[in-house]
Design a protein around this ligand. Structure first.
Ligand code: TXA
Ligand code: MG
Length: 365
């Protein structure tokens, strides 16, 4: 049963120059086996001492996360890498040099000192060094690596503010370090270096293009990354990487196809739902907002069209805002699958349970 009775303390902290006091208090909670949510440059994480199997077990209970879904271990220095992983290949060190601290997670071999439940029993472990002063200060103060998945209830959009964390986990975790909104807003890139060739398991803050510069034969582990028309994702590419993930409660409809046709198809679909008495939400770039201006729909602007960093930053908050508004369905257009666009596409595709409405095909009515 999930613990519902804990008093969750919220500690404000400066994201750039974290005050020692809240960091020390949070580190003590971690070392006592408790759970601390903290900001990273990607999304908020829900941390436990990675060396404490019982504390890690509490993460699964608090999130309602299946035990089959492995957790990322966060470190504060390159020196810690060899404490949390073994047989670390040269390529991992080169990638760490280039992209850490930053939104790149490396899947490596798990040593005996990291409990099996961190990795859902796998012989591997996922590791990253976050680029956020609060996350780094917390790991340094605790003096131990921190196991942390995103700090949301299982299958909900990842939290990009402390309020999102509280909306999902208040009463289930000990502390939230509130360091304001997270700068990237989408989770880290996950790269499996235990396979040959290395495999991109989840696109994120470090682009596939940037990785290709160091890994020319990089493999895209999920078929949908390569093809919008793909059906089911490759089986068990990464444990816990279900298609339905990062999802709002509302049904999400993802529209592909070229500009004008996609917008027309979205309008027609919105009107059908509205006529049927359903509350409709629309996620849209600023420039396309007026297309829906005359419809009685909840419209959330994601930022300037083409500004993938801004759209990525606002995407999960937008999904949560529409859920809070009580919409039954969310309509959104796909984005070009390059750079951060690939990560945005991935989250939309999963939230849409792998279905894409092709606006260039005939409308079945
Ligand atoms: O940006 C992020 O990565 C955030 C912040 C808090 O660091 N964390 C995050 O964690 O998104 P989570 O648990 O929500 O997603 C971790 C992903 C999961 O899809 C999981 O399956 C994969 O990483 N993963 C973790 N360990 C793995 C392993 N040993 N092998 C393969 N995939 C692994
Ligand atoms: Mg997550």
């Amino acid at each position: 049963m999930a613990p519902e009775s804990i008093v969750t303390r919220v500690l404000a902290v400066d994201p750039d120059v974290p005050q020692p006091e809240p960091i020390r208090a949070a580190a003590e909670v971690l070392l006592a086996g408790g759970l601390v949510a903290f900001p990273t440059e990607t999304v908020y994480g829900l941390g436990a001492n990675a060396r404490d199997a019982a504390a890690v077990g509490r993460i699964f209970a608090a999130k309602g996360r299946p035990a089959s879904d492995p957790i990322i271990v966060h470190i504060a220095s390159l020196g810690q890498l060899d404490e949390v992983a073994e047989h670390v290949p040269t390529l991992a060190r080169r990638l760490a040099q280039e992209f850490w601290p930053g939104p790149l997670t490396l899947v490596l071999r798990r040593p005996a000192g990291i409990p099996a439940n961190v990795s859902a029993g796998l012989p591997t472990v996922a590791v990253r060094m976050p680029q956020h002063q609060v996350a780094l200060a917390l790991a340094r103060a605790a003096g131990t690596p921190i196991a942390a998945p995103s700090a949301n209830l299982f299958a909900r959009p990842s939290p990009t503010t402390a309020q999102h964390v509280l909306d999902d986990l208040r009463g289930r975790i000990d502390v939230v370090l509130d360091g304001g909104p997270t700068p990237i807003g989408l989770e880290s890139t996950v790269l499996d270096l235990t396979r040959d060739p290395p495999a991109l398991l989840r696109p994120g803050g470090v682009s596939a293009e940037a990785l290709r510069a160091l890994i020319p034969d990089l493999h895209l582990a999920t078929l949908y990354l390569a093809s919008a028309a793909a059906g089911a994702p490759e089986a068990a590419a990464s444990p816990g990487m279900l298609v339905r993930h990062y999802s709002p409660r509302a049904e999400l409809l993802l529209f592909g196809g070229s500009g004008a046709a996609a917008l027309a198809r979205m309008r027609a679909t919105a009107r059908r739902f509205i006529a049927a008495g359903k509350a409709v939400g629309i996620l849209t770039p600023d420039e396309e907002c007026d297309v829906f201006g005359d419809l009685p729909a909840h419209i959330v602007r994601l930022g300037p069209q083409g500004d993938m960093a801004e759209i990525g930053r606002r995407l999960f908050a937008g999904m949560r805002e529409l859920d809070a508004a009580g919409v039954a369905v969310i309509l959104v257009r796909g984005v070009p699958r390059e750079g951060m666009g690939l990560a945005i596409w991935d989250r939309l595709f999963r939230a849409a349970e792998g279905r894409v409405i092709d606006a260039d095909a005939d409308d079945p009515g």
